[in-house]
Design a protein around this ligand. Structure first.
Ligand SMILES: C[S@@+](CC[C@H](N)C(=O)[O-])C[C@H]1O[C@@H](n2cnc3c(N)ncnc32)[C@H](O)[C@@H]1O
Ligand code: SF4
Length: 280
């Protein structure tokens, strides 16, 4: 069976969260974690991952899943270039601290702490501001940099009008803007088009190269980064699930569909005649 080398893999490891930010692109939080079965299907055929991003929900709420990922990386001997996650900073238990150190042993760790006005309002309302400040000091000590300094999409001032952000009126957004900090964030009228295309190379080799973003939802769908839970569960854009098929098989279909939807992109054709060889 062929193996995969992936340049970016995002795993939505949970949909649980400690906050209910008004702008949350995912929608309302859910009591759903990525299962062992999905995780195993996501990782068992992979040899290299240039960047592994642990997403959510609030990823630090699920030490069990993080531990599972660490074990699978070791068991399948996956070479990882960088591990990253974005956190709201509310959860930093001793167990999470241990797991962060274990992640750091696998690869350099890129942590981003969300500190936009929506999070700050939520922290203020839920009286969690001091806790996050303390946690951030600990993060800074462990990582050697302040995770507040790390860039992420919202720093560009772009808010996707999906999930809960869809129902915010301009007045509500303006009211939030007045609450905290200068208004250097703005709202785009449309969700930016962030179709995550995937291209695959080296079909004739044992390890197929996957260029692009491999985004896997907590429920096992190959999905897109800018998606809300509800759309993911309807089988997002392409409706490909890795519970009933291997990641390689799902990615072959995904690549074909990307090719159809992004007409101008130049794709190396997947050699159909190799279908039988791939299954060996
Ligand atoms: C979905 S959250 C998950 C990680 C963690 N719960 C957190 O908030 O940091 C990841 C990042 O997406 C950002 N985000 C959420 N909704 C957004 C939206 N509608 N547009 C742009 N960014 C959004 C959050 O502010 C956060 O920085
Ligand atoms: S933005 Fe992050 S912290 Fe806020 S509700 Fe969404 S997942 Fe939770």
């Amino acid at each position: 069976m062929k193996k995969l080398s992936v340049n970016y893999m995002y795993l939505e490891i949970t949909r649980k969260c400690t906050l209910e930010c008004a702008h949350c692109m995912r929608g309302n939080r859910q009591n759903v974690d990525m299962s062992d079965e999905i995780l195993d299907n996501a990782l068992k055929d992979v040899t290299h991952i240039q960047e592994l991003d642990l997403g959510g929900g609030e990823p630090l709420l699920v030490p069990r899943v993080i531990e599972n990922i660490i074990n699978k990386i070791k068991f399948y001997d996956i070479k990882v270039g960088k591990i990253s996650f974005t956190t709201n900073g509310t959860v930093l238990t001793p167990r999470i601290v241990e797991l962060i150190r274990e992640l750091q042993e696998i690869a350099p760790l890129n942590v981003r702490l969300s500190h936009d006005k929506f999070h700050l309002l939520e922290l203020y309302v839920k009286k969690l501001t001091d806790r996050v400040d303390k946690n951030n000091e600990l993060f800074t000590e462990m990582l050697g940099y302040n995770p507040k300094d790390k860039d992420f999409a919202m720093n560009d001032g772009i808010i996707s009008r999906i999930g809960k952000a869809k129902s915010l009126t301009q007045e509500e957004l303006d009211a939030i803007n007045k609450w905290i900090k200068p208004t250097y964030y703005h709202l785009s009228s449309e969700s930016p088009n962030t179709l995550d295309v995937v291209k695959m190379y080296d079909w004739d080799k044992d390890v197929v190269q996957v260029c692009g973003s491999v985004v896997i939802s907590a429920t096992g769908y190959l999905t897109q980064m800018d998606k809300e839970y509800e759309l993911e569960d309807k089988g997002p854009i392409f409706g490909l699930h890795i519970k009933d098929k291997s990641l390689l098989t799902a990615l072959i279909q995904y690549e074909k569909q990307c090719r159809n939807s992004v007409g101008k992109a130049k794709y190396q054709d997947y050699p159909e005649e190799n279908d039988s060889k791939l299954k060996k």
